[in-house]
Design a protein around this ligand. Structure first.
Ligand code: G4P
Length: 317
């Protein structure tokens, strides 16, 4: 089933970002380097009115370097856009954000026209970690909880460089079905919004196609050829003590093990999508949407016209 997660407080965050935009010069979008396309907010350009944008591919230490390079080139090719890859915990790479933002808004800077930068990203992408690194201290986490939606936290990174933090946010409809799975696998989606075994199965199907050897090594498995994804998940459960009384495999536990291992990098550096693949998925989702709309329009056309309901009119004679 497609995964969707857009709780009410994210709607408020979206509104708060739109209201703040007139005072913003550059927008930093923090992406997960393991799923850059899926973790990018498809509504952001519209929401920010096309302001200059810095795409930061965070958690690059968990992603495949060759694919990160492709994603950086993909974003760099866009007008008014720069891209960087980093680990939010590392100070020197994080500080590169400052000159990159300055280059995107060269007319701003100095005490009279300080550079005003807004940072946004999905939940758990590493925004608090990055901000703490930039400030060299622990700052309060901009809550992803309901009620904490105001963009009031102005962080001063230099005398003429202000950073506005925002709570983690997704978007009302995740159009590419795989993106929902990738977001859930990364930890960007609330746990109640998805079924862990289903997400683990989608993750294993993706990872085994290029890195089956790593799964074999990690869980001491035999040959994967001919093994279904379900059987693979069950084997992981069996190897890791995920058994129910009676010896049946606890698929929930097996899924949690697989997801935690992916999230913590225990399978090595893995990127779930390339720019080319992601563009194909997007095009497929757009075509399916167009098809659904055409079918709906055709159905509506065939339906007999409904008369307006209301007080019944007395038949005239
Ligand atoms: P958020 O504010 O965007 O919600 O994310 P936050 O900084 O809380 O980071 C979410 C998780 O991602 C944290 O792990 C954090 O340590 C980890 N993280 C952030 N940036 C990076 C990175 O560049 N590389 C790696 N490998 N991990 C990163 P956690 O286990 O949830 O918390 P903790 O154990 O670190 O406290």
């Amino acid at each position: 089933m497609p995964i969707q997660w857009f709780p009410g407080h994210m709607h408020s965050t979206q509104k708060a970002i739109a209201e703040r935009m007139p005072e913003i010069d550059v927008v930093i979008e923090l992406l997960d380097a393991r799923l850059p396309g899926s973790s990018a907010n498809p509504l952001l350009a519209r929401l920010t009115g096309g302001k200059p944008s810095l795409k930061v591919l965070n958690k690059q230490d968990l992603a495949e370097p060759a694919l990160t390079a492709l994603w950086l080139a993909h974003y760099q090719a866009r007008p008014g856009t720069k891209a960087l890859a980093l680990d939010a915990g590392e100070t020197a790479p994080a500080r590169q954000l400052i000159p990159a933002c300055r280059a995107l808004a060269p007319l701003r800077g100095g005490m009279v026209k300080p550079l005003r930068v807004l940072i946004c990203g999905i939940p758990n992408v590493g925004k608090s970690t990055l901000i703490n690194t930039l400030l060299g201290q622990r700052s309060a986490k901009t809550g992803d909880e309901p009620g904490i939606t105001k963009i009031e936290q102005r962080l001063v990174l230099a005398n003429d460089f202000y950073l506005f933090d925002t709570p983690g946010m997704l978007w009302p409809r995740i159009e590419v079905e795989r993106s929902g799975y990738h977001l859930a696998a990364s930890g960007g989606i609330g746990r109640n919004a998805y079924d862990e075994p289903e997400v683990a199965l989608a993750l294993l199907a993706n990872v085994r196609s290029r890195h089956g050897d790593r799964l074999q090594l990690r869980y001491k498995l035999g040959e994967l050829v001919g093994l279904s994804d379900e059987a693979l998940l069950a084997d992981i459960g069996r190897k890791r003590g995920g058994l129910l009384p009676g010896g049946q495999v606890n698929l929930q536990k097996a899924a949690e093990i697989a997801l935690t291992d992916f999230r913590t990098g225990a399978w090595g550096r893995i990127t779930l999508e390339s720019p080319e693949e992601f563009l194909q998925w997007q095009a497929g989702a757009a075509a399916a949407d167009a098809e659904r709309q055409a079918q709906r329009a055709a159905r509506n056309k065939r339906k007999p016209k409904q008369h307006a309901t209301g007080a019944a009119k007395a038949p005239s004679d």
